[in-house]
Design a protein around this ligand. Structure first.
Ligand SMILES: Cc1cc2nc3c(=O)[nH]c(=O)nc-3n(C[C@H](O)[C@H](O)[C@H](O)COP(=O)(O)OP(=O)(O)OC[C@H]3O[C@@H](n4cnc5c(N)ncnc54)[C@H](O)[C@@H]3O)c2cc1C
Length: 108
C-alpha cells in the first residue's frame, strides 16, 4: 500500500466504521486498499496522473488541462472537508488575486 493520503483516508473511514461495529458487539471486518490512482501537480508546467477503478478499467493516464481540473477539484474538496465552504471560498479568492507572487510548484 502506498504511504499516501488516499490510503490514510480509506483507513480512517474504515476505522470509524469498525469502531461503531465493535461498540455494537459485531465482528470487525478486514480492510482492503482500493487504488483509485494518483495525480501529481507540476505547477504551471503540467499535471499528470493515472486513474484506476471501475469507471476507467485497469489504468488510464491523464495529462494537461483535464488532469489539472481533476487535481484542483480534489484539492478543493479536501480543503472543504477540513475548513468548510466560507474559508475555502475566501482562500480561493485571495489566491486568485495573489497567485502572481506565489511559488509555481507546490512546496509541501
Ligand atoms: C512532505 C510530505 C508531502 C506529502 N505529499 C503528499 C501528497 O501530495 N499526496 C499524498 O497523497 N500524500 C502525501 N504525503 C503523505 C501523506 O501526508 C500521509 O500519507 C498522510 O498524511 C498520513 O495520514 P495519517 O493520518 O496516517 O498520519 P498523519 O497525517 O501524520 O497524522 C498523524 C497525526 O497524529 C498526531 N500525533 C502523532 N503522535 C501523537 C501522539 N502521541 N498523540 C497525539 N497526536 C499524535 C500528529 O501530530 C499528526 O497530526 C506527503 C507527506 C509528506 C511528509
Amino acid at each position: 500500500m502506498p504511504p499516501r493520503a488516499q490510503a490514510a483516508h480509506q483507513q480512517s473511514t474504515h476505522l470509524a466504521k469498525q469502531l461503531r461495529r465493535k461498540l455494537a458487539g459485531q465482528s470487525v471486518e478486514p480492510w482492503h486498499y482500493r487504488d483509485f490512482g494518483s495525480l501529481v501537480s507540476l505547477g504551471q508546467y503540467s499535471t499528470v496522473g493515472s486513474l484506476m477503478g471501475k469507471l476507467v478499467g485497469q489504468s488510464f493516464f491523464v495529462e494537461g488541462y483535464f488532469a489539472r481540473v481533476m487535481y484542483v477539484s480534489l484539492y478543493k474538496m479536501h480543503e472543504y472537508a477540513l475548513h468548510g465552504f466560507v474559508e475555502v471560498a475566501l482562500d480561493t479568492a485571495v489566491r486568485l488575486i495573489t497567485r502572481r507572487t506565489e511559488p509555481h510548484v507546490k512546496l509541501h
